[in-house]
Ligand binder design. Structure first.
Ligand SMILES: Nc1ncnc2c1ncn2[C@@H]1O[C@H](COP(=O)(O)OP(=O)(O)OP(=O)(O)O)[C@@H](O)[C@H]1O
Ligand SMILES: [Mg+2]
Length: 326
């Protein structure tokens, strides 16, 4: 299952991503966590100190390796240089799984020990101004999109992405790659306006979007969010003493998380798990092709000097039954 946390800056994306990761790991589920936000804070939120977080390898710096591995012996992709962030897998491509060992994880993922198990953490690396352009060739989130487009994930295994709600993810297809998108919103007009914008983009692509109210202080906060987001409001989270203690560098055992917060996290998991039955690999594949053709036309063909539409394998559908070549 693929889950994104998006929302306004400072709303609590990283905090809730990290709590959700801890919740899943404590329950024994395999988890890959990805920090794809402009502000790279997921490592520290999972308990890494500054030095450890700074030492994490950046996915953005491993793009040639990632591309070379994923393209495998797909005859439609002549070289890593002609593989852009939206290049879809086809026959001969290598697919990735949540729990296997593979060269992408070797290069980009590091295990982080949490209560009850470990999570594989990958980070895009810090964004520069150039990363925030609409059609950037070297886009940091491009590595995440490639990874998700080649990922075959089943139920009870999770990829959790801490992500910005910016134009970068809308220009590519990144925002359509998730079984569930949690939009973290504080009960403020700004928080809600990011929700509206996201909802607008999401509408045409059948993106499952739920609002997670954060930093809720009283019933009036909940009423406000309910009035502004209606049935999209899934759950609300109040100010957490556990989070405050963690921020001070003294995280209590995760089992000591406040009951209300733990309950909210379980609600998130239940709503994610419920989407599996509607999982539609054909639509997932069709959307990656859609965004690939769009990117090819708007900048990719010119940039690479080849017709990137030819990379699309018309008979290929990503799914759990597709075998990966060795
Ligand atoms: N439920 C909560 N209880 C207590 N503190 C919280 C809660 N949610 C968020 N915070 C605090 O609010 C601040 C911002 O949260 P966080 O860093 O998770 O937001 P963000 O959306 O990831 O921000 P950015 O856009 O900078 O990446 C942090 O100091 C965090 O500890
Ligand atoms: Mg953050």
């Amino acid at each position: 299952m693929k889950i994104a946390f998006v929302g306004k800056g400072g709303s609590g994306k990283t905090t809730l991503s990290s709590l959700f990761v801890r919740h899943l790991v404590a329950a024994g589920a395999p988890v890959v966590a990805i920090d794809a936000d402009i502000n790279q804070h997921l490592g520290p939120a999972l308990g890494l100190d500054e030095q450890e977080a700074a030492a994490l390898p950046a996915m953005g710096g491993q793009l040639p390796l990632i591309k070379n591995y994923l393209r495998g012996n797909n005859p439609r992709i002549a070289s890593a240089a002609t593989m852009i962030k939206t290049t879809p897998p086809g026959e001969g491509s290598r697919l990735v799984r949540v729990t296997e060992p593979n060269p992408v994880y070797d290069a980009c993922a590091r295990p982080v020990e949490l209560d009850g198990g470990a999570v594989r953490l990958m980070v895009t690396g810090p964004f520069t101004d150039a990363d925030l352009g609409v059609a950037c060739y070297h886009s940091k989130t491009g590595a995440v999109e490639l990874f998700l487009n080649h990922l075959v994930d089943g139920p009870d295994e999770y990829v959790v992405v801490d992500m910005t709600a910016g134009s970068d993810s809308f220009a590519s297809g990144l925002f359509t790659r998730f079984d569930m998108t949690f939009l973290v919103a504080e009960p403020t007009r700004k928080g809600v306006s990011v929700y509206r914008q996201y909802k607008e983009y999401a509408r045409d692509f059948g993106v499952a979007l739920k609002v997670v109210g954060n930093k809720i202080q009283d019933p009036d906060d909940i009423d406000f969010l309910r009035a502004e987001t209606g049935d999209d409001l899934l759950v609300t989270v109040g100010r957490s003493d556990w989070v405050r203690a963690m921020e001070k560098g003294r995280p209590p055992r995760f089992a000591l998380l406040e009951e209300a917060t733990a309950h909210a996290l379980q609600t998130l998991r239940t709503s994610v798990d419920a989407t599996y039955i509607r999982r539609d690999w054909e639509r997932y594949t069709r959307q990656m092709v859609h965004f690939h053709l769009k990117n090819a036309e708007s900048w990719g063909n010119e940039r690479t000097g080849v017709d990137l539409a030819a990379q699309v394998d018309p008979h290929f559908v990503l799914g759990e039954s597709v075998a990966t070549p060795v």
